[in-house]
Design a protein around this ligand. Structure first.
Ligand SMILES: N[C@@H](CCC(=O)N[C@@H](CS)C(=O)NCC(=O)O)C(=O)O
Length: 252
């Protein structure tokens, strides 16, 4: 007799590339789960309870199912592969891990550049008020966005990286990606989690079409790095093709 599938849960931020790459893997493997939009600051105690992690750094995404709790997007994607259907995303674990680390380096440098740009852009700040806050209260929630940004800056030591250093790190990953893609349509030859991780990290160079990730105009401005976007147009075009062919969920 078929047993009902135990409920799985994914906690994340709807716009965050880390949450989205975990989501992409779960959707690719058609794993059913309940999505919980994480409310920064306010939602932290619930998340700590769920992850049974009372101290130390806590980040999203966090996935839990009957086997336990997974607190890193890479582990969530591997769990998706273990329990889901569809083509494998980890044909070579270590090769995928290396590209995930490259994508992490691009994203961490990108976040250091993007976060202060969001804070400095009135429209982007307004767009960053969590979706759970009702329209009438969104203006009042703005100071909370600023507190959130200040905490993120401290948590991720964003001000310790100079803009030049961050941009140079991003350019190095983009150049490696260009070299790998010169001889194959995907980083590891066929579509894998390496492509998912890099495609999501490219949000910090220039966000993908709003049909996939519906960022508002202020956020798009703050997340775009004009210089790198112009220099690596070919990598961004590759990314657009990956979304068109493999994105497993359309925007609501
Ligand atoms: N290594 C983690 C990193 C995730 C991460 O950096 N998440 C950020 C996304 S912006 C986060 O949780 N930010 C909210 C916070 O720190 O409160 C993963 O890949 O899952």
């Amino acid at each position: 007799m078929l047993r009902p599938m135990p409920q799985a849960h994914l906690f994340g931020l709807w716009f965050s590339p880390w949450s989205l790459k975990a989501r992409w893997a779960l959707d690719h493997h058609r794993v059913p789960y309940r999505w919980h939009e994480y409310l920064p600051l306010v939602g932290a105690p619930v998340l700590r309870l769920r992850a049974r992690r009372w101290t130390g750094r806590l980040t999203v995404p966090i996935f839990s199912d009957d086997s336990g709790t997974y607190t890193d997007s890479f582990d969530i994607a591997r769990r998706a592969e273990a329990i889901g259907d569809g083509a494998k995303l980890f044909p070579d674990l270590e090769a995928v891990r290396t590209w995930n680390e490259q994508a992490e380096s691009l994203s961490v440098a990108g976040r250091a550049l993007t976060t202060p740009r969001v804070t400095a852009d009135a429209e982007a700040r307004r767009e960053n008020v969590p979706p759970a806050i009702p329209a009438a209260l969104r203006g009042l929630a703005l100071p909370l966005v600023d507190v959130g940004e200040a905490l993120l800056s401290r948590k991720y030591r964003l001000r310790e990286t100079s803009a030049e250093e961050a941009e140079a790190r991003m350019a190095a990953v983009l150049a490696d990606a260009r070299a790998a893609l010169a001889t194959a349509p995907y980083l590891l030859g066929t579509f894998s989690y390496a492509d998912v991780a890099l495609a999501m990290a490219l949000q910090f160079v220039q966000p993908v079409d709003g049909d996939y990730v519906p960022l508002g105009p202020g956020s798009r401005r703050a997340w775009t790095n004009q210089r790198l976007a112009a220099e690596f147009r070919d990598v961004l075009e590759w990314r657009d093709g990956v979304f068109a062919a493999h994105w497993a969920r359309r925007a609501a």
